[in-house]
Design a protein around this ligand. Structure first.
Ligand code: PBG
Length: 339
């Protein structure tokens, strides 16, 4: 590529008018790029504000249709469901995840009935269901120093398969394993095929980092308070980038239809590398801590809400993401519609 030099070339020429700026815009954000994560709880007529996520609420099933209606009306293609499991239903093995009448399965059936055109994404990981808050099951690991409790990979995968099948049977469209166990995509894919669920899509949280930006989410689903230890033995080290490519390569080989990077804004470089290398449908999760950070600044009057929300989402598109999971989805959809 050769470039002219000043003053023959003046890059500001293309920025003079709104119409030229629109004409030469390289990336766009549309409602079709948005996925809205929502939180579901038990009880009647319940709507709980999540303190660390201002403007985000957890709703009971009887309020779910009203909660989701406006987003569906705006044309948001899909929502991601997360449960706040009542503490009494949590245990060490997270067995509520395989209950055909758990919050997620009930929500799935209800939403499919009311919004047949809305894509439903079910998370696959045990943390909302375990009393220790880990994404898998704990086993004493004798080979590690001093016999510690360790999130056992293969036993966890077996539990995740049951959770995945349970949600597929309830009618979930996309299963999104967010647990980071090795081999779970392939095992889940085989189990789905064996039951004839050939259209259930797998959106793999392929490059998911052990991040401090998940804090508010753990408040929302109630998995943070009791969390024993950290998740560093399965979620990725924020220092690594090549490793993300290997994670994605494996998940594609095992049958993922879409891959995800998480968190989002601090990991835009990872999105770009993955998109360039694999050309897969690539998604990014603007996680709870990113939402909290932006909202805190907005509420202090330090950032302009009108502009900063869409700019933050456009950055994902520029980095190569096909779509974004974001708590701002309804607001962004409204702003995009209003132009
Ligand atoms: C569960 C899961 C987490 C998030 C999505 N699925 C939390 C975690 O891994 O601890 C975080 C989402 C967010 O922070 O918005 N495995």
């Amino acid at each position: 590529m050769t470039f002219g030099s000043f003053p023959t070339t003046r890059l500001r020429r293309n920025r003079v008018d709104d119409w030229t700026r629109r004409l030469v815009a390289e990336h766009t954000l549309s409602v079709n790029d948005l996925i809205w994560p929502i939180f579901i709880q038990d009880g009647n007529n319940a709507l709980t504000e999540i303190t660390s996520m201002p403007g985000v609420q957890r709703v009971s099933l009887d309020r779910l249709v009203d909660h989701v209606g406006p987003a569906a009306g705006l044309g948001i293609p899909a929502i991601a469901l997360f449960p706040a499991t009542p503490p009494g239903l949590k245990n060490a093995e997270g067995t509520e995840s395989a209950n055909p009448d758990n919050l997620i399965c009930q929500a799935t059936r209800l939403l499919k009935q009311h919004f047949p055109q809305l894509g439903l994404i079910g998370d696959v990981a045990l943390d909302p269901y375990t009393d220790h808050g880990q994404d898998g099951v704990l086993r004493a690991q004798k080979t590690l120093p001093g016999e510690i409790l360790y999130v056992d990979n293969d036993d966890s995968v077996q539990a995740l398969v049951q959770q995945a099948l349970n949600q597929a049977r309830a009618g979930i469209d996309i299963l999104a394993p967010s647990d980071m166990m090795d081999g779970r995509i392939g095992t889940i894919r085989q189990a789905l095929d064996a039951e004839g669920f050939i259209h259930t899509r797998l959106m793999s949280y392929a490059a998911k980092y052990a991040s401090a930006f998940y804090g508010p989410f753990r408040d929302a689903v109630g998995s943070g308070g009791a969390l024993r230890g950290d998740k560093k033995t399965y979620q990725m080290n924020p220092a690594n980038s090549d490793e993300a490519l290997r994670e994605v390569a494996l998940d594609i080989q095992e049958g993922a239809d879409m891959v995800m990077v998480k968190p989002g804004m601090p990991y835009l470089d990872i999105i770009r590398r993955i998109k360039d290398r694999f050309g897969m449908p690539t998604f990014a999760y603007q996680v709870s801590g990113e939402y909290a950070m932006i909202m805190a600044a907005i509420r202090n009057g330090w950032l302009d809400r009108e502009k900063v929300v869409l700019e933050s989402l456009l950055s994902f598109r520029r980095a190569g993401a096909d779509g974004i999971l974001t708590y701002f989805a309804p607001e962004a959809a409204r702003r995009l519609k209003e132009g």
